[in-house]
Structure formats: structure tokens, C-alpha cells
Design a protein around this ligand. Sequence first.
Ligand SMILES: [Zn+2]
Length: 201
Amino acid sequence: MQLLDFREFTPFNQLREKMDTAQLGYFELFDPAIHLTGSERSELSERGMLKRLEEIRVLPDKTLAIKNSRVLIYNPDENYYRNSREYPTYHVAHCSFLLESAREQPDLEFLATTRLAEDYDLLKIRPSGEISVSKHGFVVCKHCLHSLRYKDFDEFRNRKRGYSEKVLKSFRLEEFFALYTLYPLSFGQRPAAAESGVLGE
Ligand SMILES: [Zn+2]
């Protein structure tokens, strides 16, 4: 099928003249390899997607993405937090913790989501095999903030400890994703392998 060349298409060019613009605008063709489908977007914003770290894309700015959407990820296993005596934590960047996790437990699945909330679901697997879901408060991973130097956060410099603690305590997902747009990410072209890697490589 021969497609029209819209640059030579008179009605469009007349419309462009009426709008008083010489610019053609910018568009990206839908490519399911790099663009989320409608149902994938709903899944990410509702119950989330279980992914191994190697399936999560690391963008050049070190934030995390699935196709053309940034995401946050967390380990949804309640037992993990109980056993490690850690408060439930989500990750927003490629950090030292995820790097180690990818090395030690490459098959561990994280829940990726675009839902910005105070509480997230944790799964509890009882010895009987029965699975229950409960909501729990979360904090942001400080290694992620260090990775991004978010608001100049530094987890190692003593001189800045007080300041960095303030950044950590006042962290808000809405503010973070206003700075790092969640969706849609525009690549202009298929992202080259050199520009974005995956965790665990
Ligand atoms: Zn992290």
C-alpha cells in the first residue's frame, strides 16, 4: 500500500498555514517492542507487573523503566522484610542494592508499578501455601537517591548527613515523578543498546 506523503498533502498544509505554523510537528509510530499497549499501561497502574531485574530497563539517567514508562519497583514478599528486619522499601533507580540483588538472586521477581501511593500490596505466603495480600507503608531506597544524587543526596558524606536525612524524610513520589516524567518517554528512535542497559547484565 502506498501511503500519502502528508508533507505534500494540500489540505494539511492549508491547515498548517491557518494555524500559522511552519513546523511539521513530531510523532512516533507505535512499536509494541518499545511502547506500552493500553492493557500493559492499565496493568502497571493497577496491580503492577512482576518482573525479574533483567527485564527492567535502566535509562541513561539511571531511573527504571518498562518500555516507554518509568516505574518504581519493590520486592512484594512480606517474609523478606520480616526476615531481614527491614521496613518495606521501593526503588526508583539503579542502585547498589539492586545491583547486588541481581547478582545474588537473578530470578527474584520485583513488582513494577506506575501507581503513586502511600501504601503498596505485600504478599504473604503461609506454610499451607495460601497467599494473602496486605497493604503496607513504604519508604524510598536511600541507595537509589544516592545513585541519582537526588537533590544532592549523598549517603556517604558525613558533612551532609543532616541535609541528606531531610531529603530522605521529605521524599514524595509525586514530586519525584514531576521531575522524572513517568509517561510517555520519547526515544525518537529505538533506544540503542549502548544507551540503555538492563539490570543484571
Ligand atoms: Zn534502590
